[in-house]
Design a protein around this ligand. Structure first.
Ligand code: F0G
Length: 365
C-alpha cells in the first residue's frame, strides 16, 4: 500500500485505480491497494467469428492477478476500506471473490474473513484463499446463505463488507468497459457476460454509460447476460432455492443486484438467457482448443450464450461482439479432462523410444 507510483517513463500498467483515477472516487491521499489488476488482453476470436459471422472479441479477465475480474473491484473495495480505517474485510463467495479479497487484504496488511458454501468451491480458489492467509469458513449452506450472514456480520460487527453489494466493487469493475472502448474506439454492438449476482453486468453497463456521457463512446451495447439453467433466477423470474450447476462460480439462487440488472437490461435493450451445463462445457472446449483461451466453466457461458443467440438468428453478420470471460481455467481444471461419456481423459503412455513415439504421433512414414 502507498507504494510510489512507477515513473512516467515506465511502461508498466499501474492498476485500475491509478490508470482511471479521474473516473473513480479517489484522491491523492487515498492509500491505493493494488496488485496491478486490469489492462487485460482484448483478443480476436476468429474461430468464433467464423461460427457466427460476427466480429468476435474476448476480454480475457483470467489474466488479472488472482485470475479473475474480481480484482478490479477488490482493489477499490479494499482501498476504500483501508481509507475508512477498516482492519477486517468480509465477503461471501463462490470462490473468486474470496481469493481476491484474501490477496488484497494480505497486500494491505489487514485481515480477510471469507464465507464459502461447504464443498462447493473449486480447489484452485480454495487454495488461493488459504495461501493468502484468508480466514476461510465453509458454511453448511449455499452462497445465498453465506451472503445473508456476511451482510448480518457487517451490519452488527466491526467488519467491512466487500461483496458486490458494496458500490466500490462496481466502481472498480466498470473500468473493464473503459478498456474495451479505448481499445476499439467505441463500444461493441453486443456484450456477452456471465451472471451470478449480476454485479458485473451492472458494472459494465455503468462503464459504457459513463463513456457515452464522456464522449468516448457513441453507443450502448446490448448487454446479454447468461445464467446456468439449474441456477437461473433472473431468467425464471423467481429465486431458485437449491441452485445447481457445474459452473460453481455462478451457482447463485437469489442475485444481490437483481433489480439493478433488470434496469440495466431495459436500458440497453439487453437479454438474460439460461444455458445447460453440457453446452457450457462444449463452449469451454471450443474456446480452449480453437482460440487458445482457457477459462473456468462459468466464464465459458459467455461463449455458449453467443453460440445460442447466433443460432437463434439474433446476431447480425459483422456485428461487433465482445465476450467477457471472467476467470482462468486453471482455477477449476477438472472439467477440461472430462470426456463426453463422463470419464477422464487418460494421456497416452509411451516408452523412452523415439521411433515408437514418432509412430504414435503419426510422424513415421
Ligand atoms: N464469473 C465468475 C468466474 C465468477 O466468479 C462470478 C461471480 C461471475 C462470473 C458472476 O459475476 O456475480 O457479478 O454476476 N463470482 C462471485 C464470487 C459470486 O463469490 O466469486 P456476478
Amino acid at each position: 500500500m502507498n507504494q510510489p507510483s512507477p515513473k512516467a517513463t515506465s511502461r508498466q500498467w499501474r492498476g485500475v485505480i491509478r490508470e482511471y483515477a479521474d473516473r473513480l472516487d479517489v484522491t491523492d491521499a487515498t492509500p491505493v491497494v493494488t496488485l496491478g489488476e486490469g489492462g487485460t488482453p482484448l483478443l480476436p476470436a476468429p474461430a468464433l467469428s467464423r461460427r457466427t459471422g460476427a466480429d468476435v472479441w474476448v476480454k480475457y479477465e483470467g489474466m488479472n492477478p488472482t485470475g479473475s475480474f474480481k480484482d478490479r473491484g477488490m482493489t477499490m473495495a479494499v482501498t476504500k476500506a483501508v481509507e475508512r480505517g477498516a482492519k477486517v474485510v468480509i465477503c461471501a463467495s463462490t470462490g473468486n471473490t474470496s481469493a481476491s479479497a484474501a490477496a488484497y487484504a494480505a497486500h494491505a496488511g489487514i485481515k480477510a474473513a471469507v464465507l464459502v458454501p461447504e464443498g462447493k468451491i473449486a480447489m484452485g480458489k480454495l487454495s488461493q484463499a488459504i495461501a493468502h492467509n484468508g480466514e476461510l469458513l465453509q458454511v453448511q449452506g449455499n452462497f445465498d446463505d453465506c451472503l445473508d450472514i456476511a451482510r448480518d456480520l457487517a451490519a452488527n460487527y466491526p467488519v467491512h463488507l466487500v461483496n458486490s453489494v458494496n458500490n466500490d466493487r462496481i466502481e472498480g469493475q466498470k473500468t473493464a468497459a473503459f478498456e474495451i472502448v479505448e481499445a476499439h474506439g467505441d463500444a461493441p454492438d453486443f456484450h456477452f457476460i456471465p451472471v451470478g449476482n449480476a454485479g458485473n453486468y451492472t458494472a459494465y453497463t455503468r462503464g459504457y454509460r459513463e463513456d457515452i456521457a464522456a464522449g468516448n463512446a457513441t453507443r450502448m451495447p446490448r448487454m446479454f447476460g447468461f445464467q446456468a439453467s439449474g441456477s437461473a433466477p433472473i431468467v425464471r423470474g423467481e429465486p431458485v432455492k437449491h441452485p445447481e450447476t457445474i459452473a460453481s462460480a455462478i451457482r447463485i439462487g437469489n442475485p444481490a443486484s437483481w433489480e439493478l440488472a433488470l434496469s440495466a437490461r431495459d436500458e440497453t435493450d439487453g437479454y438474460f438467457g439460461a444455458i445447460d451445463d453440457d453446452k457450457i462445457l462444449e463452449a469451454q472446449r471450443i474456446l480452449s482448443a480453437e482460440v487458445g483461451i482457457f477459462v473456468e466453466p462459468a466464464s465459458a457461458i459467455s461463449v455458449a450464450g453467443l453460440l445460442e443467440r447466433s443460432a437463434a438468428g439474433v446476431i447480425p453478420a459483422g456485428a461487433r461482439v465482445v465476450l467477457t470471460v471472467t476467470g482462468h481455467g486453471l482455477k477449476d481444471p477438472q472439467w477440461a479432462l472430462r470426456t463426453a461419456d463422463g470419464s477422464d481423459v487418460q494421456p497416452t503412455i509411451v516408452p523412452v523410444d523415439t521411433a515408437q513415439i514418432a509412430a504414435v504421433l503419426g510422424l513415421a512414414s
